[in-house]
Structure formats: C-alpha cells, structure tokens
Design a protein. Structure first.
Ligand SMILES: Cc1cc2nc3c(=O)[nH]c(=O)nc-3n(C[C@H](O)[C@H](O)[C@H](O)COP(=O)(O)OP(=O)(O)OC[C@H]3O[C@@H](n4cnc5c(N)ncnc54)[C@H](O)[C@@H]3O)c2cc1C
Length: 487
C-alpha cells in the first residue's frame, strides 16, 4: 500500500475520509451488477469540488485510475474499479443547495438521492420527473452519469431532459460549469453531451435540475391478461392510437408471483400471465375519454381484468409492486442478472416469446418486468452465483438476447448504460468509425483515460477486429504495470 498517497489524500479530505483497510474495500467491490467484482485500492470521501480537483490531480500525477460512486445501484458495472485505483465515494456531497421556484429549478450536490429532490419541492407543487425504480436509493450523480430513465420516461423523457446545468471536475483538476439556469443555450450542448457519459468524462459536483409541476389529475389502472402476446399487442395498439400515457409498464407471470409472495404484494392477479400498469396524467379535462379509449383497447385484446386505482394509496400500492420487483425476485434465486435492452415497440408481441425461449434453451428462468411503452425490456435472468457453469449459460443467453434485439432494430441498453458489462457488445451497433469519434469526444474531457477506464469501449479482442488502437499502460497502486485501453 502506498503510504505516501494515503497521507496526501488524508491531507486533502481529512483523516477519517480515506478508507484503506482491505476489509472496507469489499463494500465497494461491485455495484448492482454483482456478477463482476473487483475491490478498489482506496476509497476517498471528498466534500467539495476543490477537494475532488486536488484528488484528480494527485491520481493523474501517479497514473492511477479513479471513478466517482453514488449509491452503487448501477446495473452495468459503471462504478466497478476494474483495475483497482481510487473510488471517490460522493456521500458527503448530499445537500440540496437552492430551491428556485421562480426559475422552476433546484440546485443540488451530486449525492442527493433522487426521491429526496421531489420530497423537498412537493410542498411547493413541483417534483423531479425522472423516476428510476431505484429512486429511493440512487443519486442524482448516478442518474446523470447513466442518463437514467424510469416508468414515466414515456411521457417525460430521461434525465437529460431535466438537467439544466452542471459543475464538473475534469481531467487535470479543472473545475468547469456547463449550462445554467436558462434553457436557452449558446454553442454546443455540453450538458447534453455530459449526461449519459457514464462517469467517463469527469465528476459532477453540482447539478441544476428542472422542476415539473405536479399534474392536476392522475389515473392509474391495471389490466391483466392470459398471455404476454395480448398484453404486448395492447401496448402497440395504445401507442398506435396516438395515445401517450405517462407510463405503460408490463410484468410477466414469474414477476407477479415474486411480487405477490413478497412484502411488496400489490394485489396483482396471481393467475395472470401478464399485467399492464397504465398511468395517465395531466389536465382533468378530457382524461376520462382517454381512459375509456384505453380500456376499450385492453378489452379488444382480451384483458381478463381491468382495475382502476380509486385512491392515492391504491395507486402507490400498484407502483410499489412494480418498483420493488427486482428486490422481490431475490425470493426466486440468489443471483439476479437484470438485463436492459431496447426493441421497436411494435416487435413486442413477436420478440417476447423468443426472449423467453432463449433463456429456456439455456435452462435459465427469466422474469420480465419492463417499460413496455418505450420498448425498453428488462429480462431478468435468475441464477445461482455459486455455479460457474450456470453463470456461463446466463452469459450465453444474454449475448443471444442482445443479438435478437439488435437484429430487430433495437439496442443493447435503454437506461442502465454500457458500463463494463456491455462494452464488448458495442460493435453490434457501432462501426469502428463511430467508436473512434466517440473516443475522440471522450479524449477532450478525459485525455489521460484515467477517469473510469475500461467502460463503454470494447476490449482489445473486439477492438482488434476493428483495428482501433485502444491499449495503454498504467501503474497499479502497488507499482505493477498493467494494460488498459486508451479511451
Ligand atoms: C432495484 C433497481 C432498480 C433500478 N431501476 C432503474 C430504472 O428504472 N431506470 C434506470 O435508468 N436505472 C435503474 N436502475 C439502475 C441504477 O439505479 C441507475 O443507473 C442509477 O442512476 C445509478 O445511480 P447510483 O447513484 O447508484 O450510481 P452508481 O451505481 O454509484 O454509479 C453509476 C455510474 O455513475 C457514475 N457516477 C456516480 N456519481 C457520479 C458523479 N458525481 N459524477 C460523475 N459520475 C458519477 C459512476 O462512476 C458510475 O459510472 C435500477 C437499479 C436497481 C438496483
């Protein structure tokens, strides 16, 4: 262990805020994608942008990799310290700095929990629209890095549509402001570029977030089906009819069973093969007519039950079942590999059975719960992490599912990011030229490549095929030389 480095870090952040005991590192060895694990060399907890700037300078001066971490709920290995190095755990930067109602925005530090933003502004009639199902734990910094979505993305867009400005620390320790309270931006949209860069451009130290007014009326209902195909067809029909609900989510039979057996039981019909959760929001005028049209489309597709939430408690219960579904799946198997892929919405009826068949072909159970309205799928593969052979089958199934989605005109991720998990799938979508341009953009923000390396860009194996020279050498904290990728 490099004692001098530890001493220097403690001088920057204070004695208590550098963790170096190997036992403490295990907390940070993975994010929500528990399949890939690697403890960092050190964890440091900064409190200000200035401290982060100094840490970045120190790390880069020694060719040490570093990355920021929020709540560690990421599902693509984004906060995985692939080569060890430093994790900057952002927990001390968790203050809401300003609520500016006149400009309908709020300024926060990066480790404020998503739901806490809405809780703070709710008394004023506003909320923060991006609502990942992890919103009671995940942080604004993580949401920004991953450009997180959620059930209400269908109508309100992803995080990028709700971020006005950012303060960030870039390579070399530069502290830079991007955007601001006004949404009229001159020049390139650097905020838009930064959001979704998966922690590979720099470290967010402050964010100005757009607030949305609480809708006048919300109507939530559940429709149950005796086949996934009929539920999928309803989704296509609703969108095809020109209706854009606030949310349009689907849960399949295995997910329903897991939720109903858990403490999150939402009253979903246990005998259903699929359940749709549909939510309308906005002005009261006209909503009833819209709801009637949706109910008619559900009936046309043989819905076996349609139930409308009659109170806020009933609505919250329906949503709690959906939002806690991943947790409930812990009852089914010890390991859960949450998949994230996109397909054209219209392919749902055709592709859902094919995805299930791929998993079944590998002897793996799959539970589906997803943002059906966006075509953003989450096939969740259940496995036993103690069984290496089973893990191999899971990984094969994942690759086949990704190919299926890409061949159908979809994509390898809708909201969880590429991270470490899917970097080798990038050539399924992007040409070497595309990747080269992305790499050049990244180099502008992160020329040393030391900020969250080995994410997004393919490994040498897949890069070798495209001929892109990615490899560089770096020093680990214990003085060894290892190879990483240039970008
Ligand atoms: C049960 C569950 C449900 C989920 N549901 C959804 C969902 O509905 N929609 C969705 O999009 N995702 C969902 N996720 C995934 C995850 O919650 C999101 O990606 C979330 O935004 C991650 O936030 P975090 O604070 O946990 O970030 P972390 O996991 O700590 O980090 C994620 C990435 O952000 C980077 N990062 C963190 N803080 C900063 C910072 N200050 N500056 C720069 N980079 C930073 C990290 O380096 C890393 O690359 C879910 C996860 C779980 C476990």
């Amino acid at each position: 262990m490099d004692r001098q480095l530890i001493r220097q870090l403690k001088q920057i952040v204070g004695e208590r805020y550098v963790l170096s005991d190997p036992a403490e590192m295990y907390v940070y060895e993975c994010d929500g994608l528990t399949l890939h694990r690697k403890p960092p060399s050190l964890v440091v907890l900064p409190e200000t942008a200035q401290q982060i700037s100094e840490i970045v300078q120190l790390a880069e001066g020694r060719s040490i990799a570093y990355l920021a971490r929020g709540a560690g709920t990421g599902l693509s290995g984004g906060a995985l310290a692939v080569q060890g190095g430093l994790i900057l755990q952002m927990s001390r930067m968790n203050r809401i700095l300003e609520i500016d109602l006149d400009n309908r925005c709020v300024t926060v530090e990066p480790c404020v929990v998503n739901l806490d933003v809405s809780k703070a502004v709710l008394p004023h009639g506003f909320y923060f629209a991006p609502d990942p199902s992890s919103q009671m734990a995940s942080t604004i910094g993580g949401n920004i890095a991953e450009n997180s979505g959620g059930p209400h993305t269908l109508k309100y867009g992803t995080t990028v549509n709700h971020v006005l400005g950012l303060d960030v620390v870039l390579s070399g320790g530069r502290i830079v402001q991007l955007g601001g309270k006004s949404s009229d931006r001159l020049g390139y949209d650097l905020v838009g570029l930064f959001v979704g860069s998966e922690g590979t451009f720099g470290i967010v130290t402050k964010a100005i977030l757009r607030l949305s007014p609480i809708p006048q009326k919300v109507k939530t209902f559940l429709a149950a089906y005796s086949s996934v195909r009929e539920a999928s067809q309803t989704v296509s029909d609703i969108i095809g009819a020109g209706i854009v609900p606030a949310a349009l989510e689907m849960l399949d039979r295995l997910t329903i069973q897991a939720v109903e057996d858990s403490v999150y039981a939402a009253g979903y019909p246990r005998d259903a093969e699929a359940v749709l959760l549909v939510e309308l929001d906005g002005l009261e005028a006209g909503m009833e007519r819209l709801a009637e049209r949706i109910v008619a489309l559900c009936r046309q597709n043989a819905a076996t039950e349609i139930r409308i939430a009659r109170s806020n408690e009933e609505r919250e219960k329906l949503w709690a079942g959906r939002k806690k579904a991943f947790g409930a799946m812990g009852r089914l198997m010890p390991g859960l590999y949450v998949q994230d892929a996109v397909i054209p919405r219209s392919s749902l009826p055709e592709l859902m059975p094919k995805i299930n068949a791929i998993a079944a072909g590998h002897g793996i159970a799959v539970a589906n719960v997803f943002h059906a309205g966006d075509g953003n799928l989450h096939p969740n593969l259940l496995y036993d992490g103690q069984d290496p052979e089973q893990i191999q089958r899971v990984l094969q199934a994942v690759e086949e599912i990704m190919k299926l989605c890409v061949d159908a005109g979809g994509s390898i991720t809708g909201e969880h990011g590429v991270g470490f998990e899917k970097k080798d799938f990038m050539p399924m979508i992007f040409s070497p030229e595309d990747l080269d341009i992305m790499g050049r953009v990244k180099s502008v923000f992160n020329p040393t490549g030391l900020c969250n390396p080995q994410k997004i860009f393919p490994t040498s194996k897949s890069c070798g095929e495209s001929g892109i020279p990615y490899k560089i050498q770096y020093k680990t904290l214990d003085g060894k030389t290892e190879e990483i990728f240039r970008i």
